[in-house]
Design a protein around this ligand. Structure first.
Ligand code: MN
Length: 197
């Protein structure tokens, strides 16, 4: 599968890389398979960004209420621009006045496996993605279903019913970074300390 050349154009257009610490898109394509990440983003409105590696970029959705492990609790996920793979481990502060200004925590990270036999790109185009998440917080089968037709940016994100889906741990118990174990306020404090050094 070939990465669409301009897939990261919108990402780059929205950002000033001299002013934000977010990663620049790189020219070379790296092969990193099937990463997923959930970034908690305290911007003007708190939300969670869900990202899945596909064809060398991170396909992205903003989930206003964040993921739920209750199969009856389907969450709105709004499709956003593709992000570069390096973004998966971005944690820190997007400066005031820049796109998405606020703080970012890597809330969960891990790998995913596809359930359906079709390529991920086909699932994405069909608006029907079923995957197994192997994260530190999110585990098991999840689905992303596009609402209405093609071109619509609203999807639903939810846990699929499984024999053990009733015994999911509460997501509120561990509101720390999956890569640095920091709380959001510790991430903010550390970023301010770094920038004043
Ligand atoms: Mn965001």
């Amino acid at each position: 599968m070939v990465m669409k050349k301009n897939s990261l154009k919108e990402y780059a257009k929205k950002r000033h890389f001299k002013r934000t610490p977010e990663p620049r898109p790189k020219k070379e394509k790296r092969k990193i398979d099937h990463i997923f990440v959930v970034q908690k983003h305290a911007a003007s409105h708190l939300h969670y960004d869900f990202r899945l590696e596909m064809n060398g970029v991170l396909k992205s959705w903003a989930i206003p209420k964040g993921p739920s492990t209750d199969p009856t609790d389907k969450r709105l996920a709004v499709e956003t621009e593709d992000h570069p793979l390096d973004y998966a481990t971005f944690e820190g502060i997007i400066p005031e006045g820049e796109y998405g200004a606020g703080s970012v925590m890597v809330w969960d990270i891990g790998h995913y496996r596809t359930i359906k036999e079709v390529p991920m790109e086909t699932s994405w185009q069909d608006g029907h993605i079923e995957i197994v998440l192997e994260g530190k917080k999110l585990q098991g089968k999840f689905a992303l279903i596009r609402m209405h037709g093609r071109g619509d940016k609203n999807w639903l994100f939810f846990k699929m019913k499984e024999p053990n889906s009733h015994s999911q741990p509460s997501l509120d118990d561990n509101d720390r970074s999956a890569i640095s174990d920091r709380t959001m306020s510790e991430i903010v404090r550390d970023s301010h300390e770094q920038s004043s050094e």
